[in-house]
Design a protein around this ligand. Structure first.
Ligand code: FES
Length: 142
């Protein structure tokens, strides 16, 4: 049912934890299943994501997608991080079962929420970034 990559990231999630005085923190939840995701970003003065950590109270697919998403945004610019969509994360994991696709949205939305927090704190705008939802439920059917 799950690819080897999904199992690997579920069993050995990368970048679990938190960052003190993070540049941006984003928390999102899915009211339907009750799962919650929080992402911390450490961003340098050139808008490069120096470090990223996540914490989740979520299912295995949420853990695996968040782990992969953190790997994909690490070292990237905030603009490049905007390209890390849930589809990109799923592709990097060699796919997810259809019923688990919504779980991958938690990671994407949490990154967007953390970027939003960073942008607000610094009075900047990130192209293409919209005010994040705190509950991803509405986006689930997309
Ligand atoms: Fe809730 Fe996967 S079942 S995020």
């Amino acid at each position: 049912m799950y690819s080897e990559k999904v199992m690997d990231h579920f069993e050995h999630p990368r970048n679990v934890g938190e960052i003190e005085n993070a540049s941006g923190v984003g928390t999102v939840g899915n009211a339907k299943c009750g799962d919650i995701m929080r992402i911390y970003l450490d961003i340098d003065e050139n808008q490069i994501i120096r470090d990223v950590k996540f914490k989740t109270f979520g299912c295995g697919a949420a853990v695996a997608t968040s782990s992969m998403a953190t790997e994909l945004v690490k070292g990237k610019s905030v603009q490049q991080a905007m390209q890390v969509t849930n589809r990109a994360v799923m592709e990097a994991l060699d796919g997810l079962p259809p019923v688990k696709v919504h779980c991958s949205l938690l990671a994407e939305e949490a990154i967007h929420a953390a970027l939003w927090d960073y942008a607000e704190k610094n009075g900047i705008q990130i192209e293409g970034l919209k005010r994040p939802k705190t509950d991803i439920h509405e986006g689930e059917e997309e």
